[in-house]
Design a protein around this ligand. Structure first.
Ligand SMILES: NC(=O)c1ccc[n+]([C@@H]2O[C@H](COP(=O)([O-])OP(=O)(O)OC[C@H]3O[C@@H](n4cnc5c(N)ncnc54)[C@H](OP(=O)(O)O)[C@@H]3O)[C@@H](O)[C@H]2O)c1
Length: 233
């Protein structure tokens, strides 16, 4: 693994699971890994534990995105990488979801990813250098019952990622999608769902895959395949 060259990488939803494992591994690999999350207590505690900068950032709140991204750029310098990882699970028959649950999933998984990108992409484009990884899901590769809104939230980001990948690669910025299957995190439990995670990948395994995608600067790994960056220019 490379030393990371002190590149600054912002990870959203990093107070548990995949995001937390990723910040920890990025730090060990020499990156300036920025731990962000919506829960202030967890952010303070985990950032201190790992010895990384921590910021309270709620991706479902546009004002929080604006203010905190500007603060990160002021205090940490140029942001080279963004991992849009924050996400929530919703399971059950569609007619039983509350309007608030539907909005929360779309505002977190979908709008949150777009607005974080909208905030940090211009700096990357100006420098003709940067990398964005959107944590999507195999739920954006198929459809199945009882996850209609979660599926929709991730299918939207699959489309967003693919379009932005083609738009930004010729401008020197990689936009990539990571499509994990089940991860042994707290995601289902936090949504009140019991799930057998015995066969799931660990957050640490998922984090190692994202680091591989980040480090391979000549390649755009997306849509479950990859392309050499020279193919775009
Ligand atoms: N677990 C799976 O099987 C699986 C499979 C495919 C894809 N994924 C995707 O992987 C990503 C990471 O999930 P995970 O499995 O690591 O689950 P997780 O342990 O529940 O982590 C999700 C993180 O997102 C944070 N978050 C939720 N809403 C947020 C908001 N509005 N603003 C900022 N942070 C917010 C959570 O913070 P709190 O602690 O404050 O809630 C938590 O730190 C998600 O995008 C998920 O959809 C997961």
């Amino acid at each position: 693994m490379s030393e990371g060259n002190n590149k600054t990488i912002v990870v959203t939803g990093a107070t548990s699971g995949l995001g937390l494992a990723l910040v920890s591994q990025l730090k060990d690999a020499g990156y300036n890994a920025i731990l962000t999350g919506r829960n202030g207590e967890k952010v303070t505690m985990l950032a201190a534990e790992l010895g990384v900068p921590g910021y309270v950032l709620d991706v479902a709140d546009g004002q929080s995105i604006d203010t905190v991204c500007k603060q990160i750029e002021d205090e940490q310098g140029q942001v080279w990488g963004l991992v849009n990882n924050a996400g929530i699970w919703l399971e059950g028959d569609f007619e039983n979801y509350t309007p608030e649950e539907i909005r929360a999933v779309m505002e977190t998984n979908t709008t949150g990813t777009m607005m974080m990108t909208h905030q940090l992409l211009p700096g990357m484009l100006a420098r003709k250098r940067g990398t964005i990884v959107n944590v999507i899901s195999t739920g954006a590769l198929y459809t199945r019952k009882i996850i209609s809104v979660y599926c929709a939230s991730k299918w939207a980001i699959r489309g967003f990622t693919g379009a932005l990948e083609a738009e930004c690669a010729p401008k020197g910025v990689r936009v990539m999608g990571f499509y994990p299957g089940k991860i042994a995190s707290d995601m289902y439990q936090s949504a009140g769902i019991e799930r057998d995670l015995e066969m799931a990948m660990t957050p640490e395994q998922g984090a190692a895959m994202i680091i591989r995608m980040l480090e391979d600067e000549d390649m755009v790994w997306s849509q479950v395949s990859g392309r050499a960056i020279r193919d775009y220019v």
